[in-house]
Design a binder for this molecule. Sequence first.
Ligand code: ZN
Ligand code: ZN
Length: 346
Amino acid sequence: RKHPLPPLQGVLLRFQHHHCRHCHLPGDQEWGSARGMVDDIFDETYREKEGPKPPMRYVWRNIILMSLLHLGAVFGLTLIPSAKIQTLAWAILCFVVSALGITAGSHRLWSHRSYKATLPLRIFLTIANSVAFQNDIYEWVRDHRVHHKFSETDADPHNAMRGFFFSHIGWLLVRKHPDVIEKGQKLDLSDIKADKVVMFQRKYYKPSVVLLCFTLPTVVPWYFWNESIVISFFIPAILRYTIGLNATWLVNSAAHMFGNRPYDQNINPRENPLVSLGALGEGFHNYHHTFPYDYSTSEFGWRFNLTTAFIDLMCLLGLASDRKKVSKEVILARKMRTGDGSHKSG
Ligand SMILES: [Zn+2]
Ligand SMILES: [Zn+2]
């Protein structure tokens, strides 16, 4: 392993890391007990099965629907010059709300338990989550925890070792690898099952998506400022939804391939500021896979990270609390121990 530090300093920091219990720097397990779950921590014991991989089985329904959706989004793009300015502002608002339902909701709150949210905030995030239509929260959390626990293996739903296309959208167009299903069933999801708001969304997921992802975004511009129904449907609903999907998928594809690895050079996820920009702060992905319990998914606060600003605002309003944050000392020690040294150049 590359070691960017002078030997003595490096030894001291490594000492500090290995003795974190004595200097009160929590390790993965302690973060786990603070959050009530550890199933997003990488499992080094898992081994892929030997022999040929099972054949890919296409899910034609999804292939057709995704193709139509993207064609519709391209049509939506061509309509932008004829849209009213209020309609474009509304589409952006729908995008931001839906993205927060994923980033602040199903990702940072429910998958990683990196902060606590009161009932009103959980209701808001669940509504926002249905605007985003990326499977219900329960399913999203299950897929995301196996993604962290078995990253870049057969048991990772969007295993980036299978290439950009697979980790971006392809994984939704074929049947899951049997190991994803097997490991997903063994995950501890008791905390999710205990959340009545999440289970309510799961029960009424389809109608909630029809209403919140497609109908509401379409009706508002048509009703309130007489936008044409075609533009109302194809920009705030179809185009906005498609952009939201692709912004999320870039975290699984681009942020697992392009960027520096200042925290752990032995894993694939990378720091990608462009992805952070599009996904409201979720592109600091080398940091995030190294410290999945950090509510900010980055050490840089609000920089390219609207989701962190949102969670901080919610805390200020008394709607959220108990934000988990990794200390500067632990981050620095980890950079010295396993990073690629890139943090020094920028
Ligand atoms: Zn995550
Ligand atoms: Zn990832």
